[in-house]
Design a protein around this ligand. Structure first.
Ligand SMILES: Nc1ncnc2c1ncn2[C@@H]1O[C@H](COP(=O)(O)OP(=O)(O)O)[C@@H](O)[C@H]1O
Ligand SMILES: O=P(O)(O)OC[C@H](O)CO
Length: 495
């Protein structure tokens, strides 16, 4: 009997491979960062081969280090940074360009143009998304327009499109399988979340050939096998989910109204809204949480573009800390931010504002401001942005949150988590296993091959590490939040 499921977690800044046992505990893990390419301000790219090599080598390391036999691995689950696109040659597997990353503002003007042409409502209704450069559709259109002869090849199926899950599966199966799942498809501006298919009308707007798109399968089923030469024997690939939906699954948010917030490069809050898509009137996204055995679960999502990345900016840009962890010590040197506020709109603002031309804003500085105040303001901005999103979510869903499950790299920060609970006036619950994204992908794969029987079984694996209880005076909360809202207004429409 197999004892483990292997999760491949391909994130924005690093690739991770994690081996989970039946209790959902980590048996072995390996992680590798890869290069972030910034061709010009606002543009972000990755080398698809660097993504592939880092992902493969972490998977190989995990298997080697743990000394297990391949027959101990029941299946592989894949989870990935979403919206990022790769186009590659079907015959050689060679990418036609760098991957255009979700954060890239490359197609901001094109989105403005589509809005001016009155397309916003159509996209909102069919895809649950807003017209923003964040999503895949305009990125694909851009490459098809820019690279000579590409559209003709794509129309013949000689050039293929994939989000990172599709690209990895193509490589893992030796170019045999071209698939994705609804959680990734629904982030492209091309997939209809009601009819569950690529939408002909939307494809026509971008002139994207149907032949280049992957087949959309469920989030939990056997899609194919890895080629023998990669790990020594084939392993079944049986789960796919975009990283934020995978984290929602890994946190066991199976009940309508349950929610999680992941503090990684960006910050992504998702609330399970059950089997019906809930349209947003407040600037959130309606998205697919997962699709299992023909049953689709929907979520409301608040996507915040810059969270942990702002901490990295303190480290690499301002160089006032040497590691992200150091921010907690520095921010703790002061009682509060001294009325300094920071809006991390480096690439515009995502949910709920969707202001493509907002830019980073540091406001309220005085002669007495120290770097500790700035560090604290930057750290607190992660919590304020999450407040914006949670308030919108409660309004859209009509559900008052009882607690918020938290995870991601920056959830390790006690000061941030306490401030988050204080500002939301809702307890923040951090589980023992922080790697909920990878865990969600493992669950989806394990459920497909009978390693776990059903969702009830995996729910029992969730265990609380720390619960942060709100402790702030209501007047102070209201005062701080009003100041934050003022800072947000100052950051808008700068570029
Ligand atoms: N102790 C900490 N305090 C604040 N931020 C942190 C801390 N540790 C890590 N981070 C931030 O968390 C992010 C990494 O989290 P991770 O979940 O691995 O992100 P991703 O999956 O987006 O690559 C980085 O942006 C880093 O700056
Ligand atoms: O790689 P992460 O964890 O920053 O997640 C990126 C998101 O999927 C973008 O939508």
């Amino acid at each position: 009997m197999a004892k483990y499921v292997l999760a491949l977690d391909q994130g924005t800044t690093s690739s991770r491979s994690i081996l989970f046992n039946h209790q959902g505990k980590i048996e072995a893990t390996a992680q590798q960062e890869f290069e972030q390419i910034f061709p010009s301000p606002g543009l972000v790219e990755h080398d698809p081969d660097a993504i592939w090599e880092s992902q493969l080598s972490t998977a190989q390391q995990v298997i080697e280090q743990s000394g297990i036999s391949l027959s101990d691995i029941a299946a592989i689950g894949i989870t990935n940074q979403r919206e990022t696109i790769v186009l590659w040659d079907r015959d050689t597997g060679k990418p036609v360009s760098n991957a255009i990353v979700w954060q890239s503002r490359l197609t901001a003007k094109r989105c403005d143009q589509l809005k001016a042409e009155g397309y916003e409502k159509l996209f909102r209704e069919k895809t649950g998304l807003v017209l923003d450069a964040y999503f895949s559709g305009t990125k694909i259109e851009y490459l098809l327009n820019e690279i000579e002869g590409l559209r003709e090849k794509a129309a013949k199926g000689e050039v293929l499109f994939g989000t990172i899950d599709s690209f990895l599966i193509w490589r893992l199966t030796g170019g045999k399988v071209h698939v994705t799942d609804p959680t990734n498809a629904c982030r492209t501006l091309l997939y209809n979340i009601h009819t569950h298919e690529w939408d002909a009308e939307l494809l026509k707007i971008f002139n994207i050939p149907r032949a280049m798109l992957p087949q959309v399968k469920s989030s939990s089923e056997v899609y194919g096998e890895t080629t023998s030469e990669l790990f020594g024997a084939p392993i079944k690939i049986a789960g796919i989910a975009g990283d934020q939906q995978a984290a929602t699954f890994g946190q066991g948010c199976f009940e309508t109204g349950s929610a999680k917030n992941t503090y990684g490069t960006g910050c992504f809050m998702l609330m399970n809204t059950g089997d019906k898509p809930v349209p947003s009137t407040t600037g959130l996204l309606t998205t697919i949480g997962w699709s299992i055995n023909g049953k689709v679960t929907y979520c409301l999502e608040g996507s915040v573009f810059i969270a942990g990345a702002a901490i990295q900016w303190l480290r690499d840009g301002l160089q006032i800390i040497k590691s992200s962890e150091e921010v907690e010590g520095l921010a703790s040197q002061v009682e509060d931010s001294g009325d300094v506020f920071f809006v991390p709109a480096f690439v515009g603002l995502g949910a709920p504002y969707w202001n493509q031309n907002a830019r980073g804003t540091l406001i309220g500085l005085t002669r007495g401001s120290k770097k500790a105040h700035v560090a604290r303001a930057v750290l607190e901005s992660l919590a304020y942005q999450s407040c914006d999103v949670l308030h919108a979510m409660e309004e859209d869903s009509g559900i008052k949150l009882k607690n918020l499950k938290v995870d991601g790299g920056a959830a390790a920060n006690q000061l941030l988590m306490q401030f988050q609970a204080d500002m939301l006036d809702v307890p923040a619950q951090r589980p023992v296993v922080h790697e909920t994204t990878a865990l969600g992908a493992a669950y989806l794969a394990g459920l497909a091959v009978g390693f776990w029987q059903d969702q009830n079984e995996v729910t029992k694996n969730w265990a609380l590490d720390v619960e942060f209880q709100p402790a702030m005076e209501p007047q102070r909360r209201t005062h701080l939040y009003q100041r934050w809202k003022k800072a947000i207004e100052r950051s808008k429409d700068w570029a």
